[in-house]
Design a protein around this ligand. Sequence first.
Ligand SMILES: Cc1cc2nc3c(=O)[nH]c(=O)nc-3n(C[C@H](O)[C@H](O)[C@H](O)COP(=O)(O)OP(=O)(O)OC[C@H]3O[C@@H](n4cnc5c(N)ncnc54)[C@H](O)[C@@H]3O)c2cc1C
Length: 167
Amino acid sequence: MFHLSAYNLIITNSSSSNPVAIILPGTKEQLLASITCCKNAPCEFIIRSGGHSFEGLSYSAWNHQIFVLIDLMNLNRVLVDMESKTAWVEAGATLGEIYYEVSRASSHFGFPAGLYPTIGSGGHIGGGGWGLMSRKYGLASDNVVDAILVDSNGRLWLSTKSISPSG
Ligand SMILES: Cc1cc2nc3c(=O)[nH]c(=O)nc-3n(C[C@H](O)[C@H](O)[C@H](O)COP(=O)(O)OP(=O)(O)OC[C@H]3O[C@@H](n4cnc5c(N)ncnc54)[C@H](O)[C@@H]3O)c2cc1C
C-alpha cells in the first residue's frame, strides 16, 4: 500500500494521483535532507502528518503536478516533562499517541485537542485543533508554548529553550 498513513478513503480511490516517491524521515536531520533534496528536484513535495485532511491536501499536488510525499509518521516521539507540565511532540505523532503518553505520565493531566485518535498533530495543531476540553482551555494551538520549525527551504528554526525528543 503506497499511502502509508492514508485515512481519507474518499481521496484514495483508483483515480487519485500517486506520489512518485514516499519519504519517511525518522529524525529532523533526515527531514531537512528530504526537503533540501525535494527543493532541487523537478517536482512538488507534500507534507503529511496524520493524513486526515478533509480536502485531500496531503494526497495530491496543486494542478495535478508530479509530487513526492514526505510522510512524518515516523517522527512521532512524545516526551512529557511533568516538572514543567509541558510535552515535546513531533509533528507525526497522532493525537492518540499524545493522549496516551500524557496519561501515562499522570492521570491528572490532559491536552485540549480533537476527538479522533489517528489525527496527526502537525495538520491538527497547524489548523487550530478543537476538542472536548476547548471551552475551558482553548484550541490545541493556543496551548503551544514553543516550537522547532523546518521551513520549505529546508532551514531549521531552533527553539531557544529545551531539547526536543530527537535531540
Ligand atoms: C475523522 C476526522 C475527525 C476529525 N475530528 C476533529 C476534531 O475533533 N477537532 C478538530 O479540530 N478537527 C478535527 N478534524 C479535522 C483535522 O483536525 C484536520 O483535517 C487536520 O488538518 C488533520 O491533520 P492531519 O495531520 O491528520 O492531516 P494531514 O492530511 O496530514 O495534513 C493536513 C494539512 O496540513 C499539512 N501538514 C500536515 N503536517 C504538517 C506539518 N508538520 N507542517 C506543515 N504542514 C503540515 C498537510 O500538507 C495538509 O495540507 C477531523 C478530521 C477527520 C478526518
